[in-house]
Ligand binder design. Structure first.
Ligand SMILES: [Zn+2]
Length: 242
């Protein structure tokens, strides 16, 4: 996968679809791109992907949604499609310095995360955050939910949207988390590791009331991982009352 070409394709398509894109940092020759669209008076939905370099289906799914015109005029959209370009180029979870960026949102020792935090702090607080990931150890789909919104969880509908691609992950323990129901981890807004915040905890601390982190199984086909991500994004956005 040529990630320079991907980012060119993303920026061109985003412009054609009415987004404004900006480069909030450059790392090893790769731009870190954020694309925004829509009136600030509208509810805000933020999506990110490409945090872990061995999880390419998230960026690809967001590009497919962009190309199909999913990001319409309902919301104020914020999208960061490729947060770890050096990891994606190398096919590694961590960035080129060997750091897991998704544990760096408190200490902030990577340029990628520091500049991303600076950019996020300039944006409207999202009412919904969707984060696209993969898991190399799972065989099914699962997701984390942080929900301080007072809204009921839409977990059943999200799992139904994923079902044509993957069953709910059957494990009762996933990454040291006991599942709330198969495929669903209802997580508090507190971090598991005090100073190792993932992006979702950072967003919760900044006041984002609903955060969903989707995990598709890396051992399955790219086509199905992309299709599953697209389906659960569509379902989450359509069900969310912002
Ligand atoms: Zn990940």
């Amino acid at each position: 996968m040529d990630w320079h070409a991907f980012l060119r394709d993303w920026s061109q398509e985003a412009t054609a679809r009415g987004f404004q894109s900006e480069v909030f940092a450059e790392v090893a020759g790769y731009p870190l791109v954020a694309s925004t669209k829509g009136d600030l008076s509208k509810p805000c939905v933020y999506l990110s992907s490409g945090m872990h370099g061995d999880e390419p289906s998230g960026p690809q799914a967001l590009l497919a949604l962009l190309k199909e015109g999913f990001f319409d005029d309902r919301f104020h959209w914020l999208i960061c499609p490729v947060l770890n370009p050096t990891g994606l180029a190398a096919g590694t979870r961590e960035n080129a310095r060997g750091i897991d960026q998704n544990r760096d949102y408190c200490v902030c020792e990577t340029e990628e995360v520091c500049s991303h935090i600076t950019w996020l702090d300039q944006q409207k607080t999202p009412g919904l955050f969707l984060s696209l990931h993969e898991d190399w150890e799972s065989s099914g789909f699962y997701f984390y939910e942080i929900n301080t919104s007072g809204q009921d969880s839409a977990h059943q509908r999200i799992l139904e949207a994923a079902a044509p691609f993957f069953p709910p992950e059957p494990s009762k323990m996933i990454d040291d988390h006991e599942v709330t129901a198969p495929g669903w981890i209802y997580h508090s807004e507190q971090p598991d590791i005090p100073e190792g915040w993932p992006e979702a905890i950072f967003l919760a601390k900044r006041g984002c009331p609903l955060s969903l982190t989707f995990e598709t199984p890396s051992s399955m086909s790219l086509e199905d991982r992309m299709g599953c991500h697209q389906a659960v994004v569509r379902e989450s956005v359509s069900r969310c009352q912002l």
